[in-house]
Design a protein around this ligand. Structure first.
Ligand code: ZN
Length: 97
C-alpha cells in the first residue's frame, strides 16, 4: 500500500497525524485529542460525549429500579429464608418449638 500524504480535514495546509475514530476524518496535531489511547477530532469528541450522556440517561433507570426493588424485597426474602429454614429444621427433627 502506497503511503499517500493526507492533510487535516480542518487545515488543508497541515499534514494529518491521525484519523478520528468517530468521524473517520484526517486530523492534524492541533485538531487531534488523544483520549483513552485513541485520536478524536473536536467533532468526534462531541459525538462521543453525546453518546455517553445518552447511555448514562438510559442506564440510570434500571439501576435505580433494581436497587429500590431489592430494598423492598429484602424483608420478603428474609421471611422466606426464615420459614424455609424452620421447615427444614422441623422436618429434620431439630426444631423443638
Ligand atoms: Zn487541523
Amino acid at each position: 500500500m502506497a503511503l499517500k500524504k493526507t492533510y487535516c480535514h480542518n487545515h488543508a495546509d497541515r499534514p494529518a497525524i491521525g484519523v478520528c475514530v468517530i468521524t473517520g476524518q484526517a486530523i492534524c496535531e492541533e485538531c487531534s485529542t488523544r483520549y483513552e489511547g485513541v485520536n478524536y477530532s473536536h467533532e468526534g469528541l462531541r459525538i462521543l460525549q453525546a453518546r455517553r450522556n445518552a447511555r448514562n440517561t438510559i442506564r440510570w433507570w434500571p439501576d435505580r429500579t433494581v436497587l429500590i426493588a431489592g430494598i423492598l424485597l429484602t424483608p420478603l426474602w428474609m421471611i422466606l429464608i426464615y420459614f424455609g429454614l424452620q421447615t427444614l429444621m422441623f422436618s429434620m427433627g431439630l426444631w423443638s418449638g
